[in-house]
Design a protein around this ligand. Structure first.
Ligand code: FBP
Length: 350
């Protein structure tokens, strides 16, 4: 730090104040982020207690995505809502776990912001004591907003702030306000998020990728080509060996990409084409895309920038390819080649 203090002397609340001043944002905006941090510290405490806190992997009903909710999904969702409601800085929240937005105020007495989140990403990891996370995105409410679902349907490029909290070996918040990415580690001794990286950047090149390879038979041609070239290693066209990792929680997989470079992909494939992809646009793809772009990486569907998708549904899904610039660009190029071959075939009537 310029003043000679340690990086970890810079705590999250200082950072929020500094970013609010830079953005000329009001105190409600600071309040929104503070409430998220408090909720995530509470979720972290529960996660750290593991089975001592009860059976957090116990199954409940299915959510709007037709996915079984776990106890920790519901508890995390409730914690985020309770803190947001008590804080009083939001018009409404929307969540993976709720079909529709939850409106706190229709009379604009509660700030001008909307919060959308995946309260507990990577739910299947709960039962195996593996990393999980929370992903969030803060939007400005449009003029005349009531907090209804439609108010949230803004492209990722409109996000004011995006972040995630990884409940891993330590609890870390990775956050961007649109001018770089910072990491704050939760100090278990005093419960304060302290800065541990002020300017996270993703290396442009990488030899590591992440994909659920069990879907291989459903992949589109550009993905088949990219992965087969990686698998061919030194003997193939890439001339070097690649490594593969898959944690099965987007937060943990993207965190690895941010920490040591890589490409994370959940592309659309034949199995999930009708749904538009696997990962949710508003509270998974968009916030992660903003973080990755702010760290110098790329985030694409293969056909365009994730953050330029015009959403039509709170829970819509999107193909995701993100991470180290040069590798993501290579995959985009493979998609472009396929698209232009299809175009020229159509032109020639083939
Ligand atoms: P949840 O938010 O329901 O947990 O699902 C999202 C997710 O777990 C991502 O975090 C992860 O990247 C992906 O699903 C894993 O998918 P798969 O089941 O194909 O491994």
């Amino acid at each position: 730090m310029q003043d000679g203090s340690n990086l970890s002397d810079h705590i999250l609340s200082d950072h929020i104040q500094a970013e609010c001043a830079r953005l000329d944002a009001d105190s409600d905006f600071a309040g929104v982020i503070t409430d998220i941090a408090e909720s995530c510290a509470a979720i972290s405490k529960l996660v750290r207690h593991g089975r001592l806190a009860g059976n957090m992997a116990a199954e409940h009903d299915t959510n709007v995505q037709d996915e079984t909710q776990k106890e920790l999904d519901i508890v995390s969702n409730n914690l985020l809502i309770e803190h947001a409601d008590k804080g009083g800085h939001l018009i409404a929240v929307a969540s993976e776990e709720m079909a529709d937005s939850l409106i706190f105020s229709q009379d604009n007495t509660r700030g001008k912001y909307l919060l959308v989140f995946d309260p507990l990403d990577g739910s299947l990891n709960i039962g195996i004591n593996a990393p999980v996370g929370t992903i969030f995105s803060v939007l400005r409410a449009p003029e005349g907003a009531t907090g209804a679902n439609e108010d949230f349907l803004q492209p990722g490029s409109s996000q004011l702030c995006a972040g995630y909290v990884l409940y891993g070996i330590s609890t870390e918040m990775v956050i961007t306000f649109g001018a770089g990415v910072a990491i704050f580690t939760l100090d278990p001794d005093d419960g304060i998020f302290k800065m541990t990286d002020s300017h996270l950047t993703i290396a442009e090149d990488t030899s590591e990728y992440a994909i659920n390879a069990s879907n291989q038979r459903f992949w589109e041609a550009p993905v088949q080509r990219y992965i087969s070239e990686c698998l061919a290693g030194k003997d193939g066209p890439r001339g070097r060996d690649f490594n593969m990792r898959w944690v099965g929680a987007m937060v943990a997989d993207v965190h690895r990409v941010l920490s040591r470079s890589g490409v994370f992909t959940y592309p659309v494939d034949e199995k999930i084409r009708a749904r538009g992809g696997r990962l949710r646009l508003m509270y998974e793809a968009n916030p992660m895309a903003m973080i990755v772009e702010q760290a110098g990486g790329l985030a694409s569907t293969g056909h365009g920038r994730i953050m330029e998708i015009a959403p039509h549904n709170l829970h819509q899904r999107a193909p995701v390819i993100l991470g180290s610039k040069n590798e993501v660009q290579r995959l985009i190029d493979y998609y472009s080649e396929l698209d232009s071959n299809l175009d020229s075939n159509l032109d020639s009537g083939a």
